[in-house]
Every structure is written in C-alpha cells, then in structure tokens.
Design a binder for this molecule. Structure first.
Ligand code: NZQ
Ligand code: ZN
Length: 393
C-alpha cells in the first residue's frame, strides 16, 4: 500500500427531508447571502427549488438564484454566476441538482473568492487555486459524486474543451442527500449515473499498485451493490432502498476511499471528456462507449488483475487468466447493454467518425502528444487514437 493522506470533510445529511436542513447548515458554515444554482428546470417542476427557498426565507437568509446550467456545464454561465454572486456579496453557494450544477457552483465559489482572476485560469492550470467560498449541494441525481469529490469539470465552449480541476478546495462543506429526490429521474439518467459510479470505481481498481486488499474489497462490494441496485432502479425508479444504495455508492465511488493506497487511472474519463467537449454527449454514456475498448487495449499489461475482477465480480472461475480477463470485459459490456447504454460511437449516437476527428480527440486529451493519460497503461496520442478507433463503429 502506498502512503496516503485522506481528507473528506463534507458533512452529509442523508434521508427524506434532508433538503429542509439547508438553512440550519448554511448558517453553521457562516452563510448569510446564499447564491443558489440550478439546472434546466427539473427542480422547478418537482417543487424542490420552492421548498429550499421557503426553508431559507423562514430562517431569514437572503438568496439569489441562477438557473440554466446544462449537462457538460458551460464556462460562460459560471462566469456570469461569478459576476452576479459578487454583486450580491454571496458568502455561500448552494447547488440544487447533479454534477453539472454542483461543478458550476464550485466554479462560482472559486470566482467569488478570487475576484481578480478569470476562473478558467484555474482549470487550465495557469493559476493555482488557494482559496474558495463554502459550497453546499442538494443532490438530485446519483452519478458524478461531486457532492463530496475534490473535482469540478467545466466545458469551455469557446475552445470545445472539457476539463477537470482537482483540489481539496472543491469539496463541498455540506451535502443534502435525499434519495426521494431522484424518483423523478428519467431512465436514461439513472443508467448513466449507475455506470458513472461503476466507472469511478473501476478507474481506481485498475491500477499498477499491488496490495491494497481492503481497498479492493470496498471497491468490489461497491461495484456489486451499484449493479444490483441499478438493475432494480432501472425498472422501478421509486424504489427507495435501491435509490438510497445507489446514492451512497455514488458518493463513496468518488470521495477517494476506493483509491486509498494506490494511484487512480482515469484515462477513460479523460478520453470520454473529449467526446463530451466535442459532441456534448452525456458523461456516463461517453464512458461506457469507451471502457470496453480501453480494457481490451490494456488488459495484457496485467491479465491477472482483470482475471481477479472477472472472478470476484462475475464469478468467472475457469480458463486461463487471459480468458477470464476477456470474459470479465465482455460481461461488463453486457451489463452496460442491459441498461441500454452505448458501447461504441454508433450506439452513442455520433456515428462513425473520420480519421481527422479521431486524431483531433487524441490531440486534445494528450495535449498534442505532450502528456500521457492514466497509469495502468499510460496512453500517448497513438494509443488514444487506437482506443477511439476500436470504439469507432
Ligand atoms: O437540468 P435539469 O433540468 O435539472 O435536468 C438534469 C439534467 O438534464 C437531470 N436531472 C437531474 N436530477 C434530476 C433530473 N431530472 C429529473 N429529476 C431529477 N431529480 O439530469 C440531467 C443530467 O444532469 P447532470 O447534472 O449533468 O448529471 P450528472 O450528475 O451525471 O453530472 C454530469 C456532469 O458531472 C461531471 C460530468 O463530466 C458531467 O459534466 N462529472 C463531475 C465529477 C466531479 N465533479 O467530481 C466527476 C464525474 O466523473 C464527472 O466527470
Ligand atoms: Zn464520472
């Protein structure tokens, strides 16, 4: 096991009515002027925004509201949020939504704390982030894990680049997690969320660092649990127990716990972000589109590791390590298809792409072949092109 530091300071309020604790907790974290951020309108339709506003009003907290965050959240809206939140003297940013809304709230929080800096400078790495503003998240979809993660992913639509910023300053102060809020999710979003959670765990499981038995066991339990409950939720989105399990798995999948003592890979996420930046596809779908191709490209680096995954998750116990490894990859893709998730470009809805686009995507994620992706099998531009090409059917 590698040496590590682990800090996950987000306070979690979990269960029915969690959103009614917003005012109390915002006060606890020093908020008086609350800047609320939400998405395309689901929280208006289901009455959640009104409930939270009522809660803040009854506790005498001032608030302003910014709606319109899109999936693959845009930099321009975050910049607008920074300007408005500064004018309002916001001291707490409250996200009501999923990963896109929470990531926008994090971006606004950074902008409010650093008024002289363009927020994209933090994502491009030009300026290091040293301070921020407290963020709270009322979670409405189990998927990205942004409610406790150290990450925020923003799309700069001017240059077609989707980029992540990782820093402990991205961890929200408090997350309100009421599984009932996910009952209104469309089937597709449930499936995308389940697969994203699965992928956060797999992208940490396939690591070159040996040992870590306990971390493996946590990851394997999470993978089995999210798949089992994902199947239930896919046919009955109002199953409270299934939605609770998925919600908690989503948080644990991306708060760093399944990465303890090892390095995370995350190359499929990076390859997938380029599909998000270029084609505006749903995040979870970009990952299932590429994972099988990535796995087939890299598994020979450590077939035993893939065979362990196949045995412990899919009960594949016969054949050579290589045969078991391939069976595990095949069964994972079968699970994606069971949830009607894509496993290639055509199923993703973008069609077969010309060679120039494949090269463009590979250039974007490897910085024109100046950096490698991941650690299980570090990918250069050529490798990235080959993986995209394997999924390009
Ligand atoms: O915008 P509204 O109308 O709210 O609709 C949303 C949106 O269309 C809908 N939705 C959410 N909750 C709902 C609901 N519809 C009905 N009922 C509800 N309760 O779902 C759609 C997707 O929302 P989004 O926030 O985009 O989903 P998700 O949580 O999957 O977030 C995806 C974004 O997070 C990033 C992704 O790249 C993507 O941009 N990620 C962020 C991470 C992080 N910060 O740690 C890690 C992830 O790996 C990921 O990269
Ligand atoms: Zn993800």
């Amino acid at each position: 096991m590698q040496s590590f530091t682990f800090q996950c300071p987000t306070e979690i309020v979990f269960g029915p009515g969690a959103e009614l604790k917003t005012a109390e907790k915002i006060r606890k974290y020093g908020g008086h002027h609350v800047y609320i951020v939400y998405g395309g309108g689901s929280v208006i339709k289901n009455g959640l925004l009104a409930r939270v506003e009522q809660c803040l009003t009854s506790e005498g907290l001032a608030f302003e509201v910014l709606g319109g965050v899109q999936p693959n959240p845009r930099l321009s809206l975050a910049r607008e949020g920074v300007r408005e939140a500064l004018a309002f003297h916001a001291d707490f940013i409250l996200a009501i939504g999923g990963g896109s809304v929470i990531d926008t709230a994090k971006a606004i929080a950074h902008g409010v704390a650093n008024p002289g800096t363009d927020i994209w400078d933090f994502w491009s790495g030009k300026v290091p982030l040293t301070k921020t503003t407290p963020v709270g998240a009322v979670l409405t979809i189990s998927a990205a894990g942004s409610e406790t993660s150290d990450s925020s992913v923003i799309t700069n639509e001017e240059i077609g680049k989707k980029a992540g910023l990782n820093t402990d300053l991205n961890r929200p102060a408090v997350a309100f997690m009421n599984p009932e809020l996910t009952f209104t999710l469309p089937k597709k979003q449930i499936a995308c969320g389940v697969c994203d959670i699965l992928m956060h765990t797999l992208e940490r499981y396939f690591t070159p660092v040996k040992g870590n038995h306990f971390t493996d066991l946590i990851a394997e339990a999470l993978i089995k649990n999210v798949m089992e409950n994902g199947r239930i939720a896919f046919v009955n989105r109002k199953d409270y127990d299934a939605m609770s399990e998925i919600m908690w798995c989503g948080t644990i999948s991306h708060n760093g716990l399944t990465e303890i003592g090892r390095m995370k890979d995350f190359s499929v996420h990076k390859l997938g972000h380029e599909l998000g930046g270029r084609f505006d596809v749903t995040h979870g779908a970009s990952l299932t589109t590429l994972w099988g191709s990535w796995a087939r490209y890299v598994y020979q680096d450590d077939p035993e590791r893939f065979a362990q995954y196949a045995e412990r998750i899919w009960s594949v116990d016969s054949g050579t390590a290589e045969e078991r490894a391939r069976a595990g990859i095949r069964k994972t893709e079968e699970f994606f298809r069971e949830l009607e998730m894509p496993t290639n470009f055509t199923e993703l809805g973008i069609g077969v792409q010309p060679k120039e686009t494949i090269e463009y995507l590979a250039d974007m994620c490897t910085g024109n072949d100046t950096k490698k992706l991941g650690c299980f099998h570090p990918l250069d531009k050529k490798a990235a092109m080959e993986i995209y090409q394997m999924a390009n059917k």
